[in-house]
Design a protein around this ligand. Sequence first.
Ligand code: FES
Ligand code: FES
Length: 173
Amino acid sequence: MTSQPAQNDGDDCPALERVRLTVNGRLFEADVEPRRHLGDLLRHDLKLTGTHIGCEHGICGACTVIVNGAPVRSCLMFAGQAHGATIVTIEGLAAPDGTLHPIQQAFWDRHGLQCGFCTPGMMMTIKAVLADIPDADEAAIRDAISGNLCRCTGYETIVDAALDAARALRGNV
Ligand code: FES
Ligand code: FES
């Protein structure tokens, strides 16, 4: 998919950069201003609005996506830096037929969300940590999500969900 180039407002508008990246298995191209961050590229140019933007300065973790296998705060990465990258967003978690990913199923079963604002970032952070540490225990989960703020759940149900997801992904449900 190719998005429309951003509007050029005149001489003050910096040159656009062409960015090509693979998101959830699909190749995308977009023309972006150098100051555009990855979160806005995903949400506004690629229309992948599941990634949430909260603080926009690296504090809340709501905008976390996986870039080349590592969790990244998409508000802190310029879109241009993602040129050539492989990215997974919350839209890439469920199977194509809509079957929930084990992390999504565990959040559902354990009531791991209330308003849901933090949830995409939480899930992508948990996906990344479980890829690195399949037998992550409670301490490892809490450490991994320590940079993801949730105003609703008190974190207990999120941690329970992450531990359930770890068991499911290891095959001992
Ligand atoms: S919006 Fe990126 S860390 Fe808060
Ligand atoms: S569920 Fe509302 S902020 Fe976490």
